[in-house]
Each structure stands twice: as C-alpha cells, then as structure tokens.
Design a protein around this ligand. Structure first.
Ligand SMILES: [Zn+2]
Length: 132
C-alpha cells in the first residue's frame, strides 16, 4: 500500500476525486470508489492527505477486496471487464452504497445520502462515514 499512501499524501484534494484520478489508480470507476469508501468507513469528502495510517491501510484493503470480489463474481479475468474508458466494469458485486440513495444502510440502517463530489454522483452513509 506504500505507493497509494505516498500518492494520497501529496494531494490535498478530497479522497473521492483523488481515487478517481487515473494518475493515482488506473481503472477504479465511480461505483467502486463509492463502494470502497463505504466499506472503509471513510467520508468521500475527506481530504486525501488527512487520512491516518490505519485509514489508509483499511482503504487499501477495501479497494483490493472490492475489485477482487467483482472479478470473482464475474468468473473471468479482469481484462474482460475493462470498458472503453479503461475502467473496470460492474458485474455482480454486492452494492452497499452506489445507487442506494434513501435506502437503509446495510450496516447501521441509516438512510444513505447522495451528494456530488468532484462532479460525480456520490453515495455514502452519513452515520458510518463521518466527515472528520
Ligand atoms: Zn451506515
């Protein structure tokens, strides 16, 4: 996770647009970023370089597990899922956040919210992903 940590340390942008930046992570699309941030319990508007070591470690782990789960459920290689924008497609991944505005959080039951971060529709749980 060191490479991710170093890139995040160098930016004072919000974490969501930082993760969507193809110079930081190639192929992580909007849906995956929402899912990984939800699973890591990190608010999408947190400033990237304000993450603690522990938060970075959890985020890294959740990015990896979200992507591998998507690939596993698709039952093929990652190459099959890359779309024309070079992003990995969304298949049978169980969605916790994306597209669930107003629906109860699968962890705590709080209705999920939708906002716009860095120009992209962003879904999150206001209780699990507190803005610190
Ligand atoms: Zn929640």
């Amino acid at each position: 996770m060191e490479w991710l940590s170093e890139k995040l340390k160098k930016t004072n942008r919000k974490i969501k647009p930082a993760l969507l930046d193809q110079k930081i992570l190639v192929g992580l699309g909007n849906i995956y970023v929402d899912e990984a941030l939800f699973r890591a319990k990190i608010h999408p508007e947190r400033i990237a370089n304000s993450l603690t070591r522990d938060e970075e470690a959890v985020l890294y782990r959740e990015i990896v597990s979200t992507l591998s789960e998507a690939v596993e459920k698709g039952g093929s290689t990652i190459r099959s899922y890359v779309n024309s924008q070079g992003q990995i497609g969304m298949f049978q991944l169980q969605l916790y956040a994306y597209g669930r505005k107003g629906e109860p959080c699968k962890v705590c039951g709080t209705p999920l919210e939708k906002t716009v971060v860095g120009g992209r529709g962003t879904h999150y749980c206001p209780a699990c992903q507190k803005l610190k």
